[in-house]
Design a protein around this ligand. Structure first.
Ligand code: 3HC
Length: 318
């Protein structure tokens, strides 16, 4: 007997499947709001992966060694692949790539706030790899158990590659902290600028989150924003201290009773400014993406002609 709950369209049956930890697949019945929530979250995740290539891509031509250049190129290439997996997962929900890109360009769709900050020095590449990819790993490991099959499976592959991203970033910070005073100061300056925006990556506090309650009920989200943020802080503080970096939070304090770090207040006004398009680099990031999309149109057109010809020749032989 197929252990999956009998499929009778309707919210209750759907919820019973979710509660039974079944994976929802593209052809399964799902509430329209579940579909729309997934399109929202997965597409914004995909946009984040692609836009996130910009701050790091800025340093490929300026990497301090051939080895660092090769590692950074590999990481940026990985991020493009993550974006493709996630766009492909979103398209299984019945939306086209063109619509998704249009939503990004019109601002109807967001991408991670963190990528609207400038990468000013080489140490920023270390801070991004170490902090941003650590935060992404904490979030994405939990998403490996998300209820939508294609999203969960994309996460398994992405998490494996993120571990390399995080290690290379932390290795840059460790190398700088073992260097000259100028290099140590550069690493500390990068931590000072990337610490708080990294905490914002996990979204608003649970009580302020517009989507968390429903996303948790549908097991799109498996852990809350604050729960994931706390795990990130607990591990990142120890990593910072291990290489002599000082976390820029005077309220940071280990709480023995809780077994976690207490930390200071996040500047949610800054967060709201950045996610509403008024961060330091929002305009550049979108302008760059629009230009690249325009300049790449000929590749998409050539592929479309090739695919049409392929279909015709397949029909001829059929
Ligand atoms: N940046 C931009 N927007 C954010 C945000 C952030 N850091 N945090 C929250 N928001 C937005 C939400 O999208 C939502 O707006 P919307 O209704 O227009 O979509 C609003 O703020 C309210 O937030 P909620 O907490 O209610 O939203 P969610 O339940 O979707 O939670 C999230 C936000 C935790 C980011 C969740 O969407 C999620 O887990 N997404 C998947 C992971 C992801 O997208 N990570 C982005 C980074 S990818 C990355 O770092 C790549 C790495 O390789 C470098």
């Amino acid at each position: 007997m197929d252990k999956r709950v009998a499929l009778v369209p309707g919210e209750q049956t759907f919820q019973a499947r979710i509660d039974a930890e079944e994976k929802i697949e593209p052809k399964d019945w799902m509430p329209e709001k579940y579909r729309q929530n997934l399109i929202r979250q997965i597409s914004q995740h995909a946009h984040s992966e692609v836009i996130g290539e910009q701050p790091e891509g800025n340093w490929i031509t300026r990497a301090p060694s051939l080895e660092r250049k090769a590692i950074l190129m590999a990481k940026v290439q990985d991020e493009a692949g993550h974006g493709l997996y996630l766009y492909a997962a979103t398209e299984t929900l019945g939306i086209t790539r063109e619509e998704l890109i249009d939503r990004l360009h019109t601002g109807a769709s967001k991408y991670a706030s963190i990528f609207n900050y400038p990468s000013l020095t080489w140490a920023d590449i270390g801070a991004i790899g170490w902090l941003v990819d650590s935060a992404a790993i904490v979030n994405q490991v939990s998403l490996q158990n998300t209820s939508y099959g294609p999203y969960a499976r994309a996460m398994v592959r992405i998490c494996k590659e993120e571990s390399f991203h995080q290690r290379q970033g932390y290795n840059i910070m460790m190398t700088l902290m073992n260097g000259s005073q100028v290099q140590r100061d550069m690493a500390q300056d990068a931590l000072d600028r990337w610490w708080w925006p990294s905490l914002m990556m996990f979204g608003p506090h649970d009580g302020e989150s517009a989507h968390s309650a429903q996303s948790m009920k549908w097991k799109i989200k498996r852990r809350s924003n604050d729960d994931l943020r706390q795990q990130f802080v607990d591990q990142a503080v120890q990593q910072a201290e291990a290489i002599g970096l000082v976390v820029p939070d005077p309220d940071l304090q280990w709480d023995d009773a809780r077994g976690h770090y207490d930390f200071g207040a996040i500047d949610w006004e800054e967060f709201e400014r950045v996610i509403s398009g008024n961060g330091p680099c929002n305009r550049q990031r979108l302008a760059h993406h629009k230009r690249a999309h325009r300049e790449g149109a000929w590749v998409r057109e050539a592929m479309a002609v090739h695919e049409a010809k392929q279909r015709l020749s397949n029909e001829d032989v059929a």
